[in-house]
Design a protein around this ligand. Structure first.
Ligand SMILES: [Zn+2]
Ligand SMILES: [Zn+2]
Length: 330
């Protein structure tokens, strides 16, 4: 059996149940694969044009769990099965739709908790769900629980201190009432591939990339048995980050998970499909799965196109979808 099984991608109407054998393996669970405004787009449903958007209008008749074109904010849950057989759960990003993603996918895949959180950057679609972390933490009216470690850059930390002062505040003021809030243990990481960090036993190499020319976002490289890179928000690769994950550089990836916003043209802060496929060719992973899609992408139709592209180029590439679970030996 290959170390990485992608055969579950995409074309089944609902995610398969987990077999007992899978309980001894790590897995990547794509709990969100959509853009910041998510799919369906609200505008397509409240102000439909004369020819309604075919992708968004599916949301009116197909339940989300059977609709691969229903996409929440991009987020990945890593179910890391350690050598002692115990599972750790590492969450990359918690965006605006985090609560819905928990209700849908944590229940289906029996995810009991999150052991650590890793943030790519501080935009709304990556962090606005942090308030709801309290919903998946043990109950304590006095906030007397172990805080969940959360790894982020200094820049993101400063932004979150403004967005969520009550999550960052260390000491209560004397007259302040106790209110139950998420308990987080903020840990600063560097925008430097030479400064890896370990979250819940799994090592992550930060991969700084440009997300617009004025902004650095982090991707991450993780996994020893299978090398996986996750890059959710990118408009241009920094050469050192690309080198670390390239077949012609530090070594071939088993899986590249990469941003793609629109099908055509280009965008100032994200890759669109032409730049995404160019990057896949340059980086040359064994496989690639795409995330961050708008309503321009129709899952089945565009995966058919990508299958043809894959055969031509010799690199399997598919769109991921919400709820996709990929067993992976990390
Ligand atoms: Zn639409
Ligand atoms: Zn962003």
């Amino acid at each position: 059996m290959s170390a990485l099984n992608l055969t579950q991608n995409g074309d089944s109407s609902s995610p398969p149940p987990i077999s007992a054998a899978d309980d001894t393996r790590s897995a990547l669970i794509f709990i969100g694969t959509g853009c910041s405004s998510a799919v369906p787009s609200a505008m397509c449903l409240i102000q439909p044009s004369e020819s309604p958007c075919p992708v968004c209008s599916q949301a009116l008749s197909i339940p989300p769990e059977k609709n691969p074109n229903y996409r929440c904010n991009t987020s990945l849950l890593i179910d890391y099965c350690r050598s002692d057989g115990k599972h750790s759960y590492v969450l990359i990003d918690a965006g605006k739709t985090f609560r819905e993603q928990v209700l849908r996918w944590f229940t289906l895949y029996k995810i009991p908790r999150v052991d650590s959180i890793v943030l790519t950057h501080e935009h709304a679609d990556a962090v606005l769900g942090l308030d709801d972390i309290r919903a998946i933490q043990p109950y304590s009216a006095t906030n007397n629980i172990d805080p969940t470690p959360i790894y982020l850059t200094q820049f993101a930390m400063e932004s979150l201190a403004i967005k969520f002062p009550y999550l960052v505040q260390k000491k209560m003021k004397e007259v302040q009432e106790v209110r139950r809030v998420a308990q987080l243990d903020w840990r600063i990481i560097e925008e430097n591939y030479e400064k890896p960090f370990v979250a819940s036993g799994l090592q992550f190499v930060p991969l700084p990339v440009m997300h617009g020319e004025d902004y650095i976002c982090l991707g991450f490289l993780f996994g020893e048995k299978c090398r996986v890179a996750y890059i959710s928000d990118v408009s241009r690769f920094i050469p050192s980050s690309e080198y670390v994950i390239s077949k012609g550089g530090a070594g071939q990836l088993d899986l590249l998970i990469l941003d793609t916003l629109y099908k055509n043209g280009s965008h100032n802060t994200h890759f669109c499909l032409p730049q995404t496929l160019d990057a896949v060719k340059r980086i040359c992973p064994k496989r690639a799965l795409l995330i961050g899609m708008t309503h321009e992408f129709d899952h089945h139709k565009d995966n058919k196109f990508l299958r043809e592209w894959s055969q031509r180029e010799g690199i399997p590439v598919q769109l991921a979808h919400d709820g996709l679970r990929v067993p992976t030996d990390l």
